[in-house]
Design a protein around this ligand. Structure first.
Ligand SMILES: NC(=O)c1ccc[n+]([C@@H]2O[C@H](COP(=O)([O-])OP(=O)(O)OC[C@H]3O[C@@H](n4cnc5c(N)ncnc54)[C@H](OP(=O)(O)O)[C@@H]3O)[C@@H](O)[C@H]2O)c1
Length: 305
C-alpha cells in the first residue's frame, strides 16, 4: 500500500518508516521543513511539503494514499490545548478525504488519566470531557473512532507514557534534564505511581499491524512495561547522574518539575493483552529500566532533551 504518514520525521515516525518499507509498503511523509524533508528522503520516503495547519495538503496526501498513519503532534506542552485543536482539525480533514473508502487511518494517542487507580485496558473509553490530563487530546481520538461510521477503517494506538530506546528523549528524558538542572532526581509522594512504557521499535511494529489489519473503530495499546514505579525511574536517574534521589513535596512540584508536574504523579498502569492477542503483536525489545541501564541514555541525551 502507499501510506501517507504525518510525523514521519519524529522519534516514533522515523521507526515507523522502515517498518512500513520493510513490510512492502511505499511511504509519503509530511514534512514542514527542509530538514524534515531531507530526513524523510534519507529513509527512502517520498515527501509532501506542508504542516498540520495546511488542511488542503493533508486532504490531498490522504486522498492519494491507500492508508494514513497520523503521528504528528506539537509537543510544546505549555500549548497543549492549542496542539490538541490542531490535531483534531487535522484528523477531521484526513477523515473527510478517506470517508466512504474503507481505507485505514491509524492515529497515535496516549494513556494518561483514562482510569485512575486501575490497569487501563483497551476497553476503557476515552474521556468525553476536557477535564482529565488527556482531555482536549481525546477529541481527536473520538473524531478518528467516529470515522468508522463513515466507512473509514480507523483505529487508535494508545501509547505508553514513555516510548523509549537507549537514547530516547520524551518524558523520561525531561525527568533526566530536570534532575541535571536541580541536582536531585525527584518523584512525588512515595513514588509508587506507575508509568507504562514501550520500546520505540515495538511501537513502530504495532502501527504497521494496526494499519494492515485493525478493524474500524478499534483501540490498541502500545504497552510493553505495564507500569514502572516512578521511584524506580528516579533511582536509576540518580545513580547514573550521581545526584540524590528525593520525594518532592506536593507544594513544590510545579516549581521543581515545571509542566511535567501535571503528569509526574500519574498512576497509569496499562495492559496490552488484547492488542497482543488480536493483532499478534509481541513486544520483544528492551524494557524501560533495561534501556536506562544502558547509560547511553544519559550520555547521548545531555543537553538534547
Ligand atoms: N514519545 C512518547 O513517549 C509518546 C507517548 C505517548 C504518545 N505519543 C504520541 O506519538 C506520536 C509521535 O510521537 P513522537 O515521540 O514521535 O513525537 P516527536 O518526536 O515530537 O515528533 C513529532 C513529529 O510531528 C511533526 N510535527 C509537529 N508539529 C507539526 C506541525 N505543526 N506540522 C507538521 N508536522 C508537525 C514533527 O515534525 P518536525 O520533524 O518538522 O519537527 C515530527 O515529525 C505523537 O502523537 C505523540 O503525542 C508519544
Amino acid at each position: 500500500m502507499r501510506i501517507f504518514v504525518t510525523g514521519a520525521s519524529g522519534f516514533i515516525g522515523s521507526a515507523v518508516m522502515p517498518e512500513l518499507l520493510g513490510g512492502g509498503h511505499e511511504v509519503v511523509g509530511l514534512a514542514r521543513s527542509d530538514a524534515s524533508a531531507e530526513a524523510l528522503r534519507s529513509l527512502w520516503a517520498d515527501v509532501l511539503r506542508g504542516s498540520l495547519d495546511d488542511l488542503d495538503v493533508l486532504r490531498d496526501g490522504a486522498s492519494q494514499a491507500d492508508g494514513v498513519i497520523h503521528l504528528a503532534f506539537n509537543h510544546d506542552f505549555t500549548q497543549f490545548a492549542a496542539a490538541a485543536q490542531t490535531d483534531l482539525r487535522a484528523i477531521e480533514s484526513i477523515g473527510r478525504a478517506l470517508e466512504g473508502t474503507g481505507k485505514p487511518l491509524v492515529i497515535a494517542s496516549g494513556l494518561v488519566g483514562l482510569a485512575p487507580g486501575q490497569v487501563v485496558t483497551e476497553d476503557h473509553p476515552f474521556p468525553s470531557g476536557a477535564n482529565s490530563p488527556m482531555g482536549p487530546r481525546a477529541l481527536g481520538a473520538h473524531a478518528a473512532l467516529g470515522l468508522a461510521e463513515r466507512r473509514v477503517r480507523s483505529s487508535v494506538v494508545r501509547l505508553a507514557m514513555s516510548v523509549h530506546d537507549d537514547i530516547k528523549r520524551g518524558f523520561v528524558g525531561t525527568l533526566i534534564d530536570i534532575a541535571r538542572q536541580k541536582g536531585v532526581a525527584g518523584y512525588v509522594g512515595d513514588g509508587s505511581n506507575r508509568w507504562p512504557a514501550v520500546h520505540r521499535l515495538d511501537a513502530a511494529r504495532l502501527f504497521r499491524l494496526a494499519l494492515e489489519s485493525a478493524p474500524a473503530g478499534s483501540i490498541w495499546h502500545g504497552v510493553g512495561d505495564e507500569g514502572v514505579p516512578l521511584k524506580e525511574i528516579a533511582e536509576n536517574i540518580g545513580r547514573h547522574l550521581n545526584v540524590p534521589v528525593a520525594s518532592i513535596p506536593a507544594e513544590d512540584a510545579a516549581a521543581h518539575f515545571g509542566w511535567l508536574a501535571l503528569l509526574i504523579g500519574a498512576d497509569a498502569p496499562a495492559s496490552s493483552a488484547r492488542t497482543q492477542e488480536l493483532l499478534g503483536w509481541t513486544p520483544t525489545h528492551r524494557g524501560l529500566i533495561a534501556d536506562l541501564e544502558q547509560g547511553r541514555f544519559f550520555i547521548e541525551t545531555e543537553g538534547k532533551n
